[in-house]
Design a protein. Sequence first.
Length: 237
Amino acid sequence: MSAKAVIELENIKKVYRNEDVETVALRGISLSIKKGEMVSIFGPSGSGKSTLLHIMGLLDEPTGGKIRIDGKDVSKLDEDTRADIRGRKIGFVFQAYNLLPSFTAVENVMLPFLAYDIDREEARRKAMELLSDLGLKERAEHRPSQLSGGQQQRVAIARALAMEPSFILADEPTGNLDSKTAEEVLAIFEDLNEEGKTLVVVTHDPNIAAYSSRVVHIKDGKIEKDGNNHKRKKVRR
C-alpha cells in the first residue's frame, strides 16, 4: 500500500500586485508529497521556491489553485482556522532560526505547547525531552545569544517537532551555517526522516538538495523537473 499524501498542491498560482504592476511568482504548480519523504525544493533566487513554501505552510494564500493537508482542502479557510492547522500540523525551521531572544532555549521550545494550553510543567518536561534528544540538555537555560548558530538551529528544530507535526518545512535551514555545522543539521534531518517524518527543504544549494530522497527543481515559478534522487548523499558520521 503506497504512503498517503500529506501535502497536495493542485495548479497553484501566485500573483503579487503592486498598483499597476503584476509579478507572477508561481505559474500553476501541482505537487504531491507523501508521508515519510524528504523532498528538496531546489532553485535559484527568484525562482518562486520560498513563495511555494509559504503557501504550503499556510503563511500565504495562493491567487488560484487548491491545497490539501492530510487530505483536507485548506484553500479557503479563515485565518484563525489556518493558524490552528499551522500550529498543529506544520513545523517550521527558518534560516534565521526565529527564536525569541529574551527567552531561554527551553522557553522557546515550550511556546507551541503553551499556545495550546498545555500545562506549563508538562510543556517544560516535553521541551526538555526534545532538547535532550538533540544534544542540548546542558544548554536549555541559555538564551539564543549564548548559543552558536548550529545550537540555535537545533533549538528551532526542537520547537518545530513540539506538536508532532504532519510535516516539517525548512527554508534554507543551513544558509547561516558553516559546512561542518550544516552537516550536523542535515544529520538530524536524516535521522528524523529515517524515523518516518516528512520533511520539505527549500534550498538554492545543490549540495544540500543532494541529501534528499527527491528533488523538485523550480524555475521561473514552474516545476522544471521532479524526480527521485537515486544518488542521495548521506552525512558522514
